[in-house]
Structure formats: C-alpha cells, structure tokens
Design a protein around this ligand. Structure first.
Ligand SMILES: *Cc1c(COP(=O)(O)O)cnc(C)c1O
Length: 376
C-alpha cells in the first residue's frame, strides 16, 4: 500500500535494532550467547523481519511463546535455534521435531509425556529445564523447602529417552526493582545447579537474564542472556535507564494522518459520552487511529500528539478507529498531514504511563491492521 493510502502505520527502524543488538553485545562477556525474544510478533514489531535481521546480526538463539510463533519463523526461513518458552501439547512432538524446535520443560509429567511422544516418533527433542526461583510462574520450584524434591525429580526425568537436555533457565521477577530478591533468585538457581552437578547432571547453556538483569546485574549473564524489550530500544524500567548518548534506540514510530479538519463552536461536546466539552471555538483534527489499532482508550483526554512540529492535545474519548485533536493553535495543520502517536517525539513510555500500563503492552498491542513499514 502506498504511503498516501495508509490510515495508521508503524515505522520500524531496523538500523536501531542493529544498534541495540551491538550495545547489548558490548556489555556481555565474549563467550556469552544471546537469545533474542521475538514472542508476541516481536513485541509488535513483526517477528519475521526482526528475526531475519537478528539472524544476520549473529544472534545465537530466538525465543517465542508458543509453537505457532515458532512455526511462523521456520516457514519464513529462519534457521536459528528457537526456544519455545510456553506449553506445547506433547502430542505435537512431531511438529517440534519437524521444525527443529527447542521446548522448555517445566514439570515432570510434561517431561514424561514429551519423552513418550518423542520415542513414538523415533526422534529426540532438544529441551531446556525451566526453574522457578521465585517468580511463581513456570518451572520446577527450588526454594529451600523444594530443592531436594526438585533434584530428585530432575534426576528422574533427565535420563528419559527422546529428550536432549541442552539448557536450564530461570526468570527474575524483580530485576528492575529489588537487588536483594534478584540475588536470592540467582543464588537459588546456582544452588540447584550445584546440587544437580553432584548427581552428574549438567547443562551446556545456563541462562537467567532478561533485559533488566543484563542492564542491572551483568554478573547473572552465565552462558546466555535473553533480552527482549532492550533490543526494541526500550528500558524495562526507568531505573535501568542509561542516559549516555549511546543508549538504546526505540525502533517503532506509530503514525497516523489527519483525515478531516473542521471548526466546531464553543460548548460542543466531543466524542462518545460527551466527556469533553469545548471551551472555545475549536479547530478539530480527526485522526485515523483508535483503540482498534492499539491506541489505549485509557489515555483519552490525556494524550498529546506531535503534528506539524508541535504538540496537539487529544480531546474526548478515543474511538475504535478515530480520535480527535485540538489544532486551534496549529493553523497550518490540514487534511492528510502525518501525525506521530509515539516514537520520535512522544515516548511510548509516556503514553503507557497515561494509560496506566507499561510500554511492553502498548508495543505488543499494535493492531493487526496497522502495517509495519521497515526502514533500513
Ligand atoms: C519475555 C521474556 C524474556 C524477555 O524479557 P524482556 O523484559 O523483554 O527482556 C526473557 N525470558 C522470559 C522467560 C520471558 O518470558
């Protein structure tokens, strides 16, 4: 679709991906591998183009949430190892084998069933053991009380036929918050590794650091790191922010255009629910973007957008496909003008704050109907 016809689009600067990738790489020990998280359509940036670029950059591994996401990458020609972080029905073992995918294993029953299905297919599935050191999400528990039981269980599943244990990992819940808790999680992880080693159980790739830990606790990098958000140019949390000039660069700019401009008399309500009543005669610009594109309705009447070199406030509720900006003080604005919703001038972090959420959610939430336009 040519530029003129687009109603809302996301420009993705792949050059910034190169920059962020190298910036992260430079923080890592030389032999530390990098697994890049491209789950949820590459955090909304388009999983395949991002994965292709990462493959070219020399990434070691990719991670996705589920089998479908992994297959999409394989069908698109990606040959890097891919780790599925979430659950896969063991009955789908033939797919894991066919597409050469790595599966995370987070309980004994699952390991057993996966092993049976792999044997039935006469093949071996590469697996990583997920350890729950305090996130209370996926993985074998390994707090003080559970450690012995987990060692026992892992000792039992480790020799199962059809499974090739390549890696072991855990995930920090507060690496952008508490150092104490992060170190507690890290210590639990190391304790488990030690206990397993005593049973002669070793893993080639031990990994635990996502973006926040890579930035805040380089000591946790081990054999591989798993950044996501930082690759897309965003700090997981303002506390991680490195204000040096060579910091991370956001990839995405969400843009739309003005589809109508008109002057409305003072006292007129704007949009659904009439939450905003115009105090003065107002030039309203109607923008062709709404919550159906991923612009959160929660920032109705709070957001400002960048158009024609100035800020313009959004007035009234954000609709599914449209929203309205007050451009009374921007007389130069006219139909067809490009408008920036986030990226460039308006940080997505600020939009997220107004909407009461985090940048991750907004990036992932950019709608299907918003074309991604890749800049080299
Ligand atoms: C999403 C995810 C990551 C990446 O996290 P970021 O904060 O985006 O760097 C790493 N590991 C696991 C297990 C994840 O679910």
């Amino acid at each position: 679709m040519e530029r003129e016809k687009r109603r809302a689009w996301a420009e993705i600067d792949l050059g910034s991906l190169d920059h962020n990738y190298h910036a992260l790489r430079s923080m890592l020990p030389e032999d530390c591998k990098m697994l890049c998280s491209v789950k949820a359509n590459g955090y909304g940036h388009g999983a395949l183009p991002v994965a292709k670029r990462l493959e070219r950059l020399g990434a070691d591994y990719l991670a996705v949430a589920c089998l479908e996401e992994a297959i999409q990458l394989r069908e698109g020609g990606i040959t890097l190892p891919i780790l599925i972080l979430g659950w896969t029905d063991p009955e789908l073992a033939p797919e894991l084998i066919r597409y050469k995918l790595t599966q995370s294993v987070f309980d004994g029953e699952f390991a057993l069933r996966l092993s049976q299905c792999a044997q039935r297919a006469g093949k071996t599935i590469t697996v990583h053991l997920a350890v729950d050191t305090g996130m209370s999400r996926l993985g074998f528990l390994c707090g003080e009380k559970e450690l012995a039981g987990t060692v026992e269980e892992v000792t039992r599943i480790y020799p199962l036929p059809g499974l090739a244990w390549e890696g072991i990992f855990t995930h920090f819940s507060d690496a952008d918050g508490s150092e104490e808790y992060t170190m507690l999680q890290f210590t639990r992880f190391l304790d488990l590794l030690k206990a397993l080693e005593k049973q002669n159980i070793k893993f080639k790739i031990r990994h635990c650091a996502a973006s926040a830990a890579v930035l805040n606790y380089p000591c946790t990098c081990l054999d591989m790191v798993r950044p996501g958000i930082a690759l897309y140019g965003h700090y997981p949390h303002p506390s991680c922010e490195d204000l040096s000039e060579d910091g991370l660069r956001p990839l995405m700019t969400l843009k739309t255009r003005v589809v109508s401009v008109k002057t409305v008399p003072a006292g007129t309500p704007v949009s659904y629910g009439r939450t905003h009543v115009l105090e003065r005669e107002t030039r309203l610009a109607v923008l062709s973007v709404g919550y159906g594109d991923g612009l959160p309705r929660g920032c109705s009447d709070k957001l400002r957008v960048w158009m024609s070199g100035q800020w313009a406030p959004i007035v009234g509720r954000i609709c599914m496909d449209l929203c309205m900006a007050d451009v009374t003080d921007l007389p130069q604005v006219c139909q067809g003008d490009e408008t920036e919703i986030w990226g460039g001038h308006a940080a997505v972090e600020e939009v997220a704050r107004l909407a009461g959420t985090i940048q991750y959610e907004l990036l992932c939430g950019v709608g299907k109907r918003v074309p991604r336009v890749y800049l080299e």
